[in-house]
Design a protein around this ligand. Structure first.
Ligand code: LLP
Length: 411
């Protein structure tokens, strides 16, 4: 459930008319609902209440400091993949003992920064990375807590660009080699093996792949135990999907019901790294219609947000609902909704049957809270949009719109 609803003909975010916000802050603007963020976080958290667990929000989905801070206050941690994300998580006040660090290309500098920050653990993605972490930790006179990210070879049945747990994927260590790698890890002087990690993909709309992957992980945990290697943290990654259009994704509760019996007796802390399921439907991108135009074969609605603001439709052919901020007498057309970027791939919707808006009207691109702003860019020298957080009948800008001066800073 989210908090973007019509009151009469007006779209509201919680108790604030969306129009009021964009008339003040301009467009394009990302608008997030704090009560939706909190309720999504709590839904996930309570699904696993029966076992010791940490919810490490995937910072890549939405890295705004105010949003990270909100999860931190709820007791959440962070799943990071770069020094920059670590910097953000720490700035937002997230407890370093709830930070896990994945990613196949961690640099020596990033490893040292994470060690000095005393994060909970590194999710190690290759044998050479393990060696590097051992070296860097040795240089600092520290011991690094690690989990190995194993690749369980499970098909998450999602878009190929966001599948990560198949054999051919660049992520993790082949589950068949994992035992051997764990044995090696446990002999390294500056490494402390504490966990196991997997993440098989994103926007997964079935429970089955999660269960299949967990079975493989638990099998390995048991074999490790026989070898005298004790796993204290099982990090099950992220990946639970959301409803963009017609999908019927499982509720976090269903994931809990499926996984809890499998892990209950184990003396382990469970970690999850949800991103999209927490923030996806808690945010929208509001854009203003600039022009309409038609050719013999096509209608175009030209808006002031482009692929630089929200790249998901261009990159993954992703579907985002587009709703009027103010409903009027609807005349339906089939149209592309396109941005101002000089690329044919710059669209927010293709051949969409929707109401015909008028120039000047505001449109809400729904389900844009995850991988929206974080994937935005300055392409075509377009300043990045503002971000706004609504709380009840109040709202505040949590990232100001970039200026032209921001564009050339550092050049
Ligand atoms: N943990 C790891 C190690 C990950 O790689 C990811 C996402 C997550 C957690 C969070 O996954 P989530 O719960 O959000 O599905 N840009 C794409 C999604 C890329 C996901 C990358 N990894 C999109 O817009 O659909």
């Amino acid at each position: 459930m989210h908090q973007f609803n019509y009151v009469g003909n007006e779209l509201y975010c919680e108790k604030v008319p969306v129009k009021k916000i964009v008339e003040e802050v301009g467009t394009p603007a990302y608008i997030y609902s704090s009560s939706t963020l909190r309720s999504h976080y709590t839904a996930f958290d309570s699904a696993f209440a029966e076992v010791p667990h940490i919810i490490c929000f995937a910072v890549k989905a939405n890295s705004n400091l105010s949003i990270l801070g909100l999860f931190g206050k709820e007791g959440g941690g962070a799943d990071i993949v770069s020094g920059g994300e670590l910097f953000r998580a720490l700035k937002a006040g997230i407890d370093p003992q709830k930070i896990v660090f994945a990613g196949i290309g961690k640099t020596g500098e990033e490893i040292a920064y994470a060690l000095r920050s005393n994060i909970l653990m590194f999710n190690v993605e290759s044998p050479l990375e393990l060696k590097k972490i051992n070296e860097v930790a040795g240089g600092l006179g520290l011991k690094a807590r690690v989990a190995l990210r194993v690749n369980p070879d499970i098909d998450p049945k999602t878009h190929p660009y966001i599948s990560t747990g198949l054999k051919k994927s660049k992520f993790g260590i082949d589950i068949k080699q994992a035992l051997q790698e764990y044995q090696l890890a446990s002999t390294l002087p500056h490494i402390e093996v504490v966990g196991i990690h997997k993440h098989i993909g994103s926007q997964i709309t079935e429970i089955k792949p999660f269960v299949a992957a967990m079975e493989k992980i638990l099998d390995l945990v048991a074999r490790l135990k026989d070898e005298g290697i004790r796993i204290r943290y099982i990090d099950a990654g992220g990946g639970l999907g959301i409803r963009y259009g017609e999908e019927e994704p499982p509720h976090p509760r269903d994931l809990g019901i499926a996984l809890l019996p499998m892990i209950k007796g184990l003396d382990c802390t469970l970690i999850f790294e949800p991103g999209r399921v927490i923030v996806g439907n808690a945010g929208i991108l509001v854009t203003q219609v600039l022009y309409l135009k038609s050719s013999e074969v096509k209608n175009f609605v030209i808006v002031d947000a482009g692929m630089n603001d929200l790249i998901r439709p261009s990159l993954y052919d992703a579907h985002h609902e587009i709703l009027p901020v103010k409903k009027t007498q609807a005349v339906y057309i089939t149209t592309d909704v396109v941005g101002p970027i000089c690329e044919s791939g710059d669209f927010l919707a293709k051949d969409r049957k929707m109401f015909r808006p008028e120039p000047g009207e505001f449109l809400a691109v729904m389900s844009a809270g995850a991988y929206g702003f974080t994937m935005s860019s300055n392409y075509n020298s377009r300043p990045r949009s503002a971000e706004v957080l609504v709380e009840g009948d109040q709202y505040r800008v949590i990232r100001r719109r970039e200026s032209y001066e921001d564009l050339i800073r550092g050049e």
